[in-house]
Ligand binder design. Sequence first.
Ligand SMILES: Cc1cc2nc3c(=O)[nH]c(=O)nc-3n(C[C@H](O)[C@H](O)[C@H](O)COP(=O)(O)O)c2cc1C
Length: 206
Amino acid sequence: MELVQAIENRVSIRNFSAEAVSKKDLEELVRRAALAPSINNAQPWKFLVITRRSLLKEMGEAVSKAVGEIPVAEREGPGKAFLSRIEWFSTFFEDAPAVIALLMQPYVSVLETGSGFTHEEVDNMRNRPDMQTAGAAVENILLSAVDLGLGACWLSAPMIAREELERLLGVEEPYKLINFVAVGKPFGAPAKKNKKPLNEILQFIE
Ligand SMILES: Cc1cc2nc3c(=O)[nH]c(=O)nc-3n(C[C@H](O)[C@H](O)[C@H](O)COP(=O)(O)O)c2cc1C
Protein backbone atom coordinates (compact mmCIF):
# COMPACT_ATOMS: atom_id res chain seq x y z
CA MET A 1 0.00 0.00 0.00
CA GLU A 2 1.18 3.52 -0.78
CA LEU A 3 2.16 5.43 2.37
CA VAL A 4 -0.27 8.25 1.57
CA GLN A 5 -3.12 5.74 1.31
CA ALA A 6 -2.32 4.29 4.73
CA ILE A 7 -2.20 7.81 6.18
CA GLU A 8 -5.49 8.80 4.57
CA ASN A 9 -7.30 5.57 5.43
CA ARG A 10 -6.20 5.41 9.05
CA VAL A 11 -8.91 6.14 11.58
CA SER A 12 -9.21 5.00 15.17
CA ILE A 13 -10.90 1.58 15.21
CA ARG A 14 -12.72 0.64 18.41
CA ASN A 15 -14.96 -2.18 17.17
CA PHE A 16 -13.29 -5.38 16.07
CA SER A 17 -14.40 -8.65 14.54
CA ALA A 18 -13.70 -11.74 16.66
CA GLU A 19 -11.06 -12.91 14.15
CA ALA A 20 -7.62 -13.36 15.69
CA VAL A 21 -4.65 -11.36 14.41
CA SER A 22 -1.84 -13.65 13.27
CA LYS A 23 1.37 -13.79 15.30
CA LYS A 24 3.20 -12.91 12.10
CA ASP A 25 1.23 -9.66 11.73
CA LEU A 26 1.68 -8.79 15.40
CA GLU A 27 5.43 -9.35 15.11
CA GLU A 28 5.51 -7.20 11.99
CA LEU A 29 3.70 -4.36 13.78
CA VAL A 30 6.28 -4.39 16.56
CA ARG A 31 9.18 -4.71 14.11
CA ARG A 32 7.99 -1.59 12.32
CA ALA A 33 7.32 0.26 15.59
CA ALA A 34 10.95 -0.32 16.56
CA LEU A 35 12.15 1.27 13.29
CA ALA A 36 10.83 4.63 14.55
CA PRO A 37 13.17 7.45 15.53
CA SER A 38 14.05 7.65 19.23
CA ILE A 39 15.87 10.12 21.46
CA ASN A 40 19.64 9.58 20.96
CA ASN A 41 18.62 6.31 19.27
CA ALA A 42 18.06 5.04 22.82
CA GLN A 43 15.22 2.75 21.67
CA PRO A 44 13.94 2.82 25.25
CA TRP A 45 10.88 0.70 24.44
CA LYS A 46 9.60 -2.77 25.00
CA PHE A 47 6.32 -4.13 23.62
CA LEU A 48 4.01 -6.62 25.29
CA VAL A 49 1.48 -8.19 22.93
CA ILE A 50 -1.51 -9.43 24.88
CA THR A 51 -4.02 -11.84 23.36
CA ARG A 52 -4.92 -13.80 26.51
CA ARG A 53 -8.65 -13.12 26.96
CA SER A 54 -8.67 -13.67 30.72
CA LEU A 55 -5.87 -11.13 31.20
CA LEU A 56 -7.51 -8.56 28.92
CA LYS A 57 -10.70 -8.94 30.95
CA GLU A 58 -8.83 -8.42 34.22
CA MET A 59 -7.16 -5.35 32.74
CA GLY A 60 -10.53 -3.97 31.61
CA GLU A 61 -11.97 -4.56 35.07
CA ALA A 62 -9.07 -2.74 36.71
CA VAL A 63 -9.67 0.27 34.45
CA SER A 64 -13.45 0.20 35.03
CA LYS A 65 -12.86 0.22 38.76
CA ALA A 66 -10.53 3.24 38.51
CA VAL A 67 -12.99 5.10 36.27
CA GLY A 68 -15.73 4.34 38.82
CA GLU A 69 -13.63 6.08 41.46
CA ILE A 70 -13.31 9.36 39.51
CA PRO A 71 -14.84 12.04 41.75
CA VAL A 72 -17.84 13.23 39.75
CA ALA A 73 -20.28 15.44 41.61
CA GLU A 74 -23.53 14.19 40.10
CA ARG A 75 -23.10 10.51 39.35
CA GLU A 76 -26.78 10.11 38.59
CA GLY A 77 -27.14 13.39 36.71
CA PRO A 78 -25.05 14.82 33.87
CA GLY A 79 -22.04 13.03 35.37
CA LYS A 80 -23.50 9.65 34.44
CA ALA A 81 -23.25 10.14 30.67
CA PHE A 82 -19.78 11.61 31.12
CA LEU A 83 -18.60 8.61 33.13
CA SER A 84 -20.06 6.02 30.77
CA ARG A 85 -18.35 7.71 27.82
CA ILE A 86 -15.03 7.77 29.66
CA GLU A 87 -15.51 4.14 30.64
CA TRP A 88 -16.14 3.06 27.03
CA PHE A 89 -13.08 4.92 25.67
CA SER A 90 -10.97 3.45 28.49
CA THR A 91 -12.09 -0.17 28.42
CA PHE A 92 -13.11 -1.22 24.88
CA PHE A 93 -9.60 -2.63 24.45
CA GLU A 94 -10.63 -5.68 26.49
CA ASP A 95 -12.63 -6.96 23.50
CA ALA A 96 -9.87 -6.34 20.95
CA PRO A 97 -8.21 -9.46 19.50
CA ALA A 98 -4.82 -8.08 20.54
CA VAL A 99 -3.48 -5.23 22.63
CA ILE A 100 0.06 -3.95 22.32
CA ALA A 101 1.32 -2.37 25.54
CA LEU A 102 4.20 0.06 25.09
CA LEU A 103 6.70 0.14 27.94
CA MET A 104 9.52 2.65 28.15
CA GLN A 105 12.59 2.87 30.34
CA PRO A 106 14.09 6.30 31.13
CA TYR A 107 16.48 7.53 28.48
CA VAL A 108 19.84 9.10 29.35
CA SER A 109 20.47 12.10 27.12
CA VAL A 110 23.91 13.12 25.87
CA LEU A 111 23.27 16.54 27.46
CA GLU A 112 22.85 15.22 30.98
CA THR A 113 26.02 13.15 30.89
CA GLY A 114 28.13 15.91 29.30
CA SER A 115 26.87 18.94 31.27
CA GLY A 116 25.53 19.95 34.66
CA PHE A 117 21.90 19.57 33.56
CA THR A 118 19.78 17.16 35.53
CA HIS A 119 17.60 14.59 33.78
CA GLU A 120 14.47 16.59 34.69
CA GLU A 121 15.94 19.80 33.25
CA VAL A 122 16.79 18.08 29.99
CA ASP A 123 13.39 16.47 29.92
CA ASN A 124 11.61 19.83 30.28
CA MET A 125 13.95 21.65 27.92
CA ARG A 126 13.45 19.06 25.19
CA ASN A 127 9.72 18.69 25.81
CA ARG A 128 9.51 15.11 27.05
CA PRO A 129 11.56 13.41 24.34
CA ASP A 130 10.60 10.02 25.80
CA MET A 131 6.93 10.71 25.11
CA GLN A 132 7.78 12.04 21.65
CA THR A 133 9.66 8.80 21.05
CA ALA A 134 6.64 6.78 22.20
CA GLY A 135 4.41 8.70 19.80
CA ALA A 136 6.67 7.93 16.85
CA ALA A 137 6.57 4.21 17.64
CA VAL A 138 2.79 4.17 18.06
CA GLU A 139 2.20 6.00 14.78
CA ASN A 140 4.27 3.37 12.98
CA ILE A 141 1.99 0.71 14.47
CA LEU A 142 -1.19 2.55 13.48
CA LEU A 143 -0.10 3.08 9.87
CA SER A 144 1.27 -0.44 9.56
CA ALA A 145 -2.02 -1.85 10.85
CA VAL A 146 -3.82 -0.18 7.93
CA ASP A 147 -1.16 -1.51 5.56
CA LEU A 148 -1.77 -5.06 6.85
CA GLY A 149 -5.57 -4.78 6.52
CA LEU A 150 -6.06 -4.27 10.26
CA GLY A 151 -7.50 -1.49 12.39
CA ALA A 152 -6.07 -0.01 15.55
CA CYS A 153 -6.63 2.58 18.24
CA TRP A 154 -4.15 4.37 20.46
CA LEU A 155 -5.21 4.43 24.13
CA SER A 156 -3.87 6.44 27.01
CA ALA A 157 -7.14 6.59 29.00
CA PRO A 158 -6.58 3.15 30.62
CA MET A 159 -3.46 4.58 32.29
CA ILE A 160 -5.83 5.83 34.99
CA ALA A 161 -5.19 2.33 36.41
CA ARG A 162 -1.50 2.27 35.49
CA GLU A 163 -0.19 0.76 38.72
CA GLU A 164 -2.67 -2.10 38.69
CA LEU A 165 -2.12 -2.68 34.97
CA GLU A 166 1.65 -2.79 35.54
CA ARG A 167 1.09 -5.36 38.26
CA LEU A 168 -1.14 -7.50 36.03
CA LEU A 169 1.38 -7.29 33.18
CA GLY A 170 4.40 -7.90 35.38
CA VAL A 171 6.06 -4.61 34.39
CA GLU A 172 9.20 -4.06 36.44
CA GLU A 173 11.53 -1.13 37.02
CA PRO A 174 13.04 0.63 35.15
CA TYR A 175 10.18 0.11 32.72
CA LYS A 176 6.93 2.05 32.90
CA LEU A 177 3.67 1.39 31.09
CA ILE A 178 3.01 4.23 28.63
CA ASN A 179 -0.01 3.33 26.52
CA PHE A 180 -1.91 0.63 24.66
CA VAL A 181 -2.69 0.06 21.02
CA ALA A 182 -5.76 -2.12 20.42
CA VAL A 183 -5.50 -4.10 17.19
CA GLY A 184 -7.84 -6.28 15.14
CA LYS A 185 -9.92 -6.59 12.01
CA PRO A 186 -12.32 -3.63 11.90
CA PHE A 187 -16.00 -4.45 12.44
CA GLY A 188 -18.58 -2.18 10.78
CA ALA A 189 -17.96 1.10 9.00
CA PRO A 190 -15.36 3.29 10.68
CA ALA A 191 -16.23 6.89 11.49
CA LYS A 192 -15.28 9.46 8.88
CA LYS A 193 -12.25 11.58 9.56
CA ASN A 194 -13.05 15.03 10.89
CA LYS A 195 -9.89 17.04 10.43
CA LYS A 196 -9.14 20.74 10.37
CA PRO A 197 -8.58 22.29 6.93
CA LEU A 198 -4.98 22.95 5.96
CA ASN A 199 -5.46 26.72 5.85
CA GLU A 200 -6.32 26.69 9.57
CA ILE A 201 -3.20 24.86 10.66
CA LEU A 202 -0.45 25.66 8.15
CA GLN A 203 1.67 28.76 8.06
CA PHE A 204 4.67 29.16 5.79
CA ILE A 205 7.49 31.35 7.07
CA GLU A 206 9.45 32.25 3.93
C1 LIG B 1 -2.11 10.32 22.92
C2 LIG B 1 -3.44 9.75 22.47
C3 LIG B 1 -4.22 9.06 23.39
C4 LIG B 1 -5.44 8.52 22.99
N1 LIG B 1 -6.16 7.80 23.91
C5 LIG B 1 -7.34 7.27 23.55
C6 LIG B 1 -8.08 6.48 24.47
O1 LIG B 1 -7.67 6.25 25.59
N2 LIG B 1 -9.24 5.93 24.06
C7 LIG B 1 -9.73 6.13 22.79
O2 LIG B 1 -10.80 5.61 22.49
N3 LIG B 1 -9.04 6.88 21.88
C8 LIG B 1 -7.86 7.43 22.22
N4 LIG B 1 -7.13 8.14 21.30
C9 LIG B 1 -7.62 8.26 19.93
C10 LIG B 1 -8.19 9.64 19.64
O3 LIG B 1 -9.43 9.78 20.29
C11 LIG B 1 -8.36 9.79 18.12
O4 LIG B 1 -7.09 9.72 17.51
C12 LIG B 1 -9.01 11.11 17.75
O5 LIG B 1 -10.34 11.14 18.18
C13 LIG B 1 -8.98 11.36 16.24
O6 LIG B 1 -9.62 10.33 15.53
P1 LIG B 1 -8.84 9.46 14.44
O7 LIG B 1 -7.75 8.70 15.14
O8 LIG B 1 -9.88 8.53 13.89
O9 LIG B 1 -8.27 10.38 13.40
C14 LIG B 1 -5.90 8.69 21.66
C15 LIG B 1 -5.10 9.37 20.74
C16 LIG B 1 -3.87 9.88 21.13
C17 LIG B 1 -3.00 10.57 20.12
